[in-house]
Design a binder for this molecule. Structure first.
Ligand SMILES: [Zn+2]
Length: 155
């Protein structure tokens, strides 16, 4: 059985931050793909992000990260099942500095323009499987914490 890289990380000592978790090639000739761990909560020590908030964060980050300079390098943005952060997949052109910068700019934009559910990209019956499952106010609170964490991050 192949090993899942994130399972080899001791989550008891994991702090919030931005971590390059894995580098892989989907196929022999395919491009290298980077898996980033945007850890927003300290596992088992801080309260996890509520599902409705994480859903809003997913929509906002998936949209606004693709408005940044590295837009074409973003492959995927999605929530961690344990509700302590997000996974971001990029091409190998993206560095930690570039991703951190793009995330900070995304937070600033989101905190500036998103006020309620109609402002959340794709949060409607046409574009989302469950648009009522959303807590915008709490998600914005989480984005505020995330912005502070990213500002204090050593790169
Ligand atoms: Zn959705």
């Amino acid at each position: 059985m192949s090993k899942v890289k994130s399972f080899s990380v001791d989550h008891r000592t994991l702090k919030p931050g931005l971590y390059l978790r894995d580098t892989y090639k989907a196929s022999f000739f395919g491009p290298k793909v980077l898996t980033w761990d945007l850890r927003l909560k300290e596992p088992a020590k801080q309260e996890f992000i509520k599902g409705r908030s994480l859903h809003v964060m997913e929509h906002c980050l998936a949209y606004y990260l693709r408005k940044q300079v590295i837009a074409d390098e973003i492959i995927y943005v999605g929530p961690m099942g344990c509700c302590t952060g997000m996974y971001i997949l990029t091409t190998s052109k993206v560095t930690k500095y570039m991703l951190c910068d793009a995330l900070k700019r995304s937070c600033d934009t989101i905190l500036g323009v998103v006020k309620n559910k109609v402002d959340v990209p794709g949060m409607n019956v046409e574009q989302c499987g469950n648009p009522v499952y959303a807590n915008v106010e709490d998600a914005l609170n989480e984005f505020g914490h995330m912005r502070v964490m990213l500002t204090n991050l050593e790169l």
